[in-house]
Write a protein that binds this ligand. Structure first.
Ligand code: PBG
Length: 342
């Protein structure tokens, strides 16, 4: 039977031949289960003050920090491309940072002015405001530290985040997105928003946010690493242990109970099992954040000629959607939206 002379005669008696549905582009397209569309994409954007040129982020080719005028322009273009939402991150002047991140609660801070500028330029575009203290603290942690400086205080931080969320809603944010991983923050923020009359402001909870090495390039972008002197800032006392699946799902379900409108998994690519499991465990929309390191990785490998850039980019996004994400935050959003438009 294995004799190569007999190959022509060799015939398997198969009832099922799965390759029938892979023969031509037409049949492959007919049976395609997952398709990425522009409606799936959320674009993270970085804001800076002043009126200077846009600043490149070294480890994220094609990603820039933009002044508010350029940011508004970029948002207008994203909206015209069909992108429905942006996630906004301010990169504030280091001189405005302090140990408790007071600037976060300044009603005229960069993040709040950026929300207003975007809503003015593209009123229909959904603006997601990040709720955490890391862009504002000298140490780069997401919250307020204890006196010894070695632990992020939970309830004190949540109080600050509640005030921050209300300011963001006032500025026009459609969605507030707590990325801090403090306990009880979703319920507290919901209550504060409702009390201030912002019943319609949605909450996207960074629910399953892992203490990941893949955030390095982002910390360069908002300058939250430089203060701590390292891109490996240790956030293990609040972000999830990458080893833990059950804990991630339990934490996300707590956010749902507390009133989150969306739950998120972050990073995305290395955590597709969590995306799928959370998709099955909740009826809320599930977002996945393809983080800075995932973006940098694809760029770096393709710069070396080791990966095909567009193919690996598209496959990375498709895989996240296939795993169960209803929407994806990705630094590739704009160029992929351009490609989808054809
Ligand atoms: C912090 C925050 C981080 C990211 C989004 N919000 C980094 C961190 O937790 O230190 C990372 C996003 C990315 O890597 O693209 N609140």
């Amino acid at each position: 039977m294995n004799d190569s002379d007999n190959q022509e005669d060799f015939k398997l008696d198969l009832a099922r031949r799965p390759r029938r549905l892979r023969r031509t582009a037409a049949v492959r397209s007919l049976v395609e289960e997952t398709r990425l569309t522009v409606d799936d994409l959320i674009a993270p954007l970085f804001a800076i003050d002043g009126d200077g040129e846009k600043e490149a982020v070294g480890s994220m080719p094609g990603v820039f920090r933009r002044n508010l005028k350029d940011l508004a322009l970029e948002c207008r273009e994203l909206w015209d491309l069909g992108v429905k939402a942006v996630a906004l991150f301010p990169s504030i002047d280091p001189s405005l940072k302090d140990a408790v991140g007071n600037e976060a609660n300044n009603p005229d801070n960069l993040g709040l002015r950026a929300i207003k500028a975007i809503k003015d330029a593209a009123p229909g575009l959904l603006v997601m405001a990040d709720v955490a203290l890391d862009p504002y603290t000298t140490h780069g942690h997401d919250g307020v530290l204890n006196e010894a400086g070695d632990y992020v205080l939970n309830d004190e931080t949540v109080e600050r985040l509640c005030a921050m969320s209300v300011l963001q809603a006032e500025a026009g944010a459609d969605i507030v997105a707590p990325s801090d991983m403090m306990d009880g923050r979703i319920g507290a923020i919901r209550e504060f928003l409702d009390d201030a009359g912002f019943d319609d402001t949605a909450i996207m909870a960074y629910s399953a946010k892992f203490a990941s090495a893949y955030y390095g390039p982002f910390r360069e972008a908002v300058g939250s690493a430089s203060a701590a002197g390292t891109s490996l800032l240790d956030k293990k006392t609040y972000q999830l242990n990458p080893a833990n699946r059950r804990e991630a799902i339990a934490d996300a379900l707590l956010d749902e109970e507390e009133g989150a409108d969306f739950v998120m998994v972050k990073p995305a690519g290395p955590y597709l099992d969590i995306v799928r499991e959370l998709r099955n465990a909740t009826s809320l929309p599930v977002a996945a954040y393809q983080v800075s390191g995932e973006y940098a990785q694809i760029h770096a490998a393709s710069q070396l000629g080791w990966l095909d850039y567009e193919k690996s980019r598209d496959e990375s996004l498709l895989a996240i959607k296939r795993a169960g994400a209803d929407m994806i935050l990705s630094y590739f959003s704009r160029e992929v939206a351009e490609g989808l438009r054809g």
